[in-house]
Design a protein around this ligand. Sequence first.
Ligand code: CUA
Length: 175
Amino acid sequence: MSHQIPADDWFKAPSGGERLWIGLALAWCLILTLMMPYWHFKGKQNSTGEAYRVAPADFAERVNRFVAANTVGEDKGVAVVAPPPGTDVYLQAQMWRWYPVLKLKRNQTYRVHISSLDLNHGFSLQPLNMNFQVIPGYDHVLTLTPTSSGDFSIICNEFCGIGHHLMAGKIIVED
Ligand code: CUA
């Protein structure tokens, strides 16, 4: 028979090694749970959560205005844009590119607006491993202060179709 009612005394409290491992797993669960609020307040790379609704076409228009006003060159066919420190900076995600290339100054603060024109992309800044979701219809504002100079890659870490693996961008930080 496949169904049987277990005997009344079926439950045996864990003991010995089983008890120890359950205890360790529980302790680790509690530590990881507490890490979430801890990093929310102590993490240095957290978003403030500042975000606005924006129609993709309106965002694209802001990006184009921003690029037209601040372009300083070109990198493999993509505009390189150097905005004045302290200003609003725009970064647009779409299948399958990041636009434009940003040129920022070290130790200066920028308000970086990030949004997508089509579907969900993942902003992943390498080699620093900062990660943010890029969602169409939302203008996600990151208050960003680069603390080291050099070339940083933006890769997409949210699968977005056949060209996902080609979706790479760049942020250049100068001293
Ligand atoms: Cu964009 Cu994957």
